[in-house]
Design a protein around this ligand. Structure first.
Ligand code: ADE
Length: 244
């Protein structure tokens, strides 16, 4: 998968050299290309923003600079353009799965009050454009949101996770974990500071372990995410689940 990221702070993306994503880049599974937006600003100050029409606080990113940047980076193709913004559609595991199927993503990181809206309008006729939010809070810019999305998407690419089953068992994974969070996990030793690992996990009985994990996932979802639990489709619950 090719990933282009345009930002006025490309140094924000140093973490993409590390861990799973760093290894995926070394292997060539992920081709990440960082671009400094100011390279497409032509005045001496490399200006990328201006005051908002209609007044109000803050600054808006200029369409001409973004237009040249995206034209150059997307030349000869049509990547899916992702614009991180708190006003976007929510990023979730389903969208991560969908983006993991794309051959090419282009992330346009806004700062200040955002990017002039005509940029998204312009590219909507040439490529798929999504404005995406990673949560109901406001960050200083899109960079951290892009790091979040790249990590969530990158770990779903074939060969990135050591054990592909991990992605199937994840919280929110499509299938039996849809709308559920994962339950608690344990490793050795069997007793730590008087706290015991639940006996079923030491039983070696795969069926009972699977049942216990599902029960715990449902209990935790009810406790921590009541809105998800309320939206669980009764059709997807088995007879045992419904008694919980
Ligand atoms: N930029 C600022 N806040 C954001 C958020 N919550 N999600 C995505 N991009 C953002």
């Amino acid at each position: 998968m090719r990933l282009d990221i345009i930002s006025i702070f490309p140094e924000y993306f140093a973490p993409l050299d590390v861990s799973l994503i760093g290894k995926a880049r070394e292997r060539g599974t992920l081709d990440v290309r960082l671009h400094q937006l100011r390279e497409w600003a032509h005045d001496v100050h490399k200006t990328v923003d201006d005051t908002p029409y209609g007044g109000g606080p803050g600054m808006v990113m200029k369409p001409e600079v973004w237009g040249e940047a995206i034209d150059t980076v997307a030349e000869g193709g049509s990547p899916r353009l992702i614009v991180p913004t708190p006003s976007g559609r929510p990023f979730d595991q389903e969208l991560a799965q969908e983006l993991a199927q794309e051959p090419w993503l282009l992330f346009a990181c806004g700062r200040y009050e955002g990017i002039d809206s005509r940029v998204m309008a312009e590219y909507s006729s040439r490529m798929r454009v999504d404005e995406v939010s990673i949560g109901d809070y406001v960050l200083a810019g899109g960079e951290v949101a892009v790091l979040v999305m790249v990590e969530a998407v990158g770990r779903l690419l074939p060969g990135v996770l050591g054990n592909a089953q991990s992605a199937v068992d994840d919280s929110f994974a499509p299938g039996s974990m849809q709308n559920l969070v994962e339950g608690p996990v344990y490793t050795k030793p069997p007793v730590w500071r008087g706290h015991e690992v639940p006996a079923v996990l030491l039983s070696g009985h795969h069926g009972k372990v699977a049942r216990w994990r599902r029960d715990e996932a449902i209990r935790r979802t009810v406790r921590n995410r009541p809105e998800l639990a309320a939206a669980l489709d009764p059709e997807t619950l088995d007879k045992h689940d419904r008694k919980l």
